[in-house]
Design a protein around this ligand. Structure first.
Ligand SMILES: Cc1ncc(COP(=O)(O)O)c(C=O)c1O
Length: 308
């Protein structure tokens, strides 16, 4: 079996179930739905069996040493990172941890007006001071577009004391920025470029898509594995590349922000989403691209001015 098909967390949970371990631990349902006719009917009894906790053999997200560590390393390889952290509180907690990792009280950070609220809450938690910039804006569709390197050049020259630059790329509408040019600006200043890539975890798996931010020079990216790939809701990943972001500070922030009772359903779904993309992501995206083109042609045939 190649590394792509490996699923260390899923294997550990499966073994735990198959060993018929008697559960003297949390969660209180002990592996079976109490109101089976209600909740079991909805999500299946197996979901309760797989809902284990960090007992021996299952590792611990806050101090990963075995199966979670291995799954995170496989994810780092697949997504082009040096270090990957599984998140069970959405991309929100990854963005908060990144900001707390690079800013302390009173530090200034350059952030876009179209940022997600979690970036603002990260700034509040860090006690940092936001400096806002505006991405381009499309008046016709009333949506934010990309951020130009010139915009970042301008704001960084006005605020040379900032500790980091945050970008949203792709945006909710799929628009990417020129990460490589922007990262050259931030690296010249010796500060990290942090990318909210909640809508871009798929980019690395098809050559016709824009390149993912980490491959283009970003120092850290947070990806919504549950948004664009197939993980369960709330399951996301934080990736760090290079040494511009102090990963130990980010890890400390993650310990502040994430539950100690980590859901193995969420973790298993991250393991599966990575395995899926690493082994057949390109084919799946090829199909999606063809369907998107088909849809686009169909809509254009209706008339009404679809942008090319
Ligand atoms: C651009 C962007 N960043 C971050 C988030 C937060 O992600 P999550 O809902 O996984 O916490 C969202 C959620 O909608 C988003 O659209």
């Amino acid at each position: 079996m190649g590394d792509n098909q490996k699923t260390p967390i899923i294997d550990a949970v499966t073994k735990y179930i198959n060993d018929w371990t008697v559960r003297f631990h949390m969660p209180g349902h002990k592996g079976a739905p109490v109101m089976e006719e209600l909740i079991g009917r909805l999500i299946g009894n197996r979901a309760f069996a797989a809902d284990v906790t960090n007992v021996p053999g299952m590792d611990d997200l806050h101090q990963a040493q075995s199966v979670i560590k291995e799954a995170q390393e496989l994810a780092a390889g697949a997504f082009g990172a040096d270090h990957t952290y599984f998140l069970v509180n959405g991309s929100s907690c990854g963005l908060q941890a990144l900001i707390m990792g690079v800013c302390g009280p009173g530090d200034r950070i350059l952030v876009p007006r179209n940022m997600h609220r979690s970036i603002l809450s990260g700034i509040i938690l860090a006690g940092a001071v936001p400096i806002f910039y505006r991405p381009e804006y499309d008046r016709h569709f009333a949506i934010p577009l990309s951020t130009s390197p010139e915009t970042i050049e301008y704001y960084t020259s006005l605020h040379p004391d900032i500790k980091a630059v945050v970008l949203v790329s792709p945006t909710y509408h799929g628009i990417v920025s020129n990460i490589s040019a922007i990262s050259r600006i931030t690296h010249r200043m010796n500060i990290p470029l942090l990318v909210d890539e909640a809508h871009g975890p798929h980019l690395r798996f098809h050559e016709e898509l824009p390149r993912p931010s980490l491959d283009e020079g970003a120092d850290a990216a947070v990806q919504g594995t549950h948004k664009m790939l197939s993980a369960l809701t709330q399951a996301s990943m934080l990736h760090i590349k290079g040494n511009m972001v102090d990963r130990y500070r980010v890890e400390a922030a993650l310990r502040l922000l994430q539950s100690t009772s980590t859901s193995y359903l969420l973790l298993s779904s991250l393991d599966a989403a990575r395995a899926q993309m690493a082994s057949c992501g390109r084919e799946l995206l090829q199909e999606s691209l063809e369907l998107a083109l088909y849809l686009k042609k169909g809509i254009r045939a209706l008339g009404g001015g679809f942008p090319s």
